[in-house]
Design a protein around this ligand. Structure first.
Ligand code: 13P
Length: 251
């Protein structure tokens, strides 16, 4: 089954308003005509209302880097799916390793956050990935399997089809140490096989699995050539048009 590649920039805690506006305008000029790749950017919450009108009518989508599991109430510091929906967001990244590492995010929480995204018609980008220590201890498949099982526990196949999974080995994030295409493909294939067991073959074939971790214009093509790599979640190389534009136009 053909899956539309999806490349999303995760800006993390970078770019204030003027830099974000400049970048988005350049991306719109350069990438608006791209149709063979779904393109998105995920700015910090405060910049989303600025980016939204700049991308109105554009093929480039935008989203948030997190979403609350609850819809409203006493959750200081959180932002709900409804609030993101009303800004026009398409995506919510959930369970990024930086959230797991610095903010105590668990698979149960990620599961609930992703479900909240679905309630508000946002596509959850569910992040999983092993640390260097886990890879060296040969635990990669066990760790990633447990994360996917936990993040999708209790979901129906119809719900799962609406998600994107991002495999981001922690040791490859922001380090310049990209996983080899074979290393990434091996994990993506395990995730897809697991999705077949959790749901069904049709669902597993339709879910897009992005790779993330030091994706750059010069390595994206060989990653994307792998049969189970359907896109990229890009950090550092999404902050400058001179990097993100050629990365999206990798073909
Ligand atoms: P880098 O592309 O900077 O390695 O970051 C990857 C990432 O964490 C995207 O979510």
């Amino acid at each position: 089954m053909a899956r539309l590649p999806v490349i999303v920039g995760n800006w993390k805690m970078n770019l204030t308003r003027s830099a974000a506006a400049d970048l988005v305008q350049q991306l719109r000029t350069e990438l608006d005509a791209v149709r063979d790749v779904e393109v998105g950017v995920c700015p910090v919450f405060t910049v989303i209302p600025l980016v939204a009108p700049l991308l109105a009518g554009s093929a480039i989508r935008f989203g948030a880097q997190n979403v609350a599991w609850a819809d409203s109430g006493a959750f200081t510091g959180e932002v709900s799916g409804e609030m993101l929906r009303e800004l026009g967001c398409s995506y919510a990244i959930v369970g990024h390793s930086e959230r797991r590492q610095h903010f105590g995010e668990t698979d149960e929480r990620v599961n609930a956050r992703a479900k909240a995204a679905l309630r508000w018609d946002l596509t959850p980008i569910v992040c999983v990935g092993e640390t260097l220590k886990q890879r060296e201890a040969d635990e990669t498949m066990t760790v990633v399997t447990a994360q996917v099982q936990g993040c999708f526990a209790g979901w129906t196949a119809a719900e799962a089809r609406r998600a994107i999974i991002a495999y981001e080995p922690v040791w490859a994030i922001g380090t310049g140490k990209v996983a080899t295409p074979a290393q990434a493909q091996e994990v993506h294939a395990v995730i897809r096989a697991l999705l077949t067991r959790l749901f069904d073959a049709g669902t597993a074939q339709s879910i897009r699995i992005q790779y993330g971790g030091s994706v750059k214009p010069d390595n994206v093509e060989e990653l994307m050539a792998q049969p189970d790599i359907d896109g990229a979640l890009v950090g550092g190389a999404s902050l400058k048009a001179k990097d993100f534009v050629p990365l999206v136009k990798f073909k």
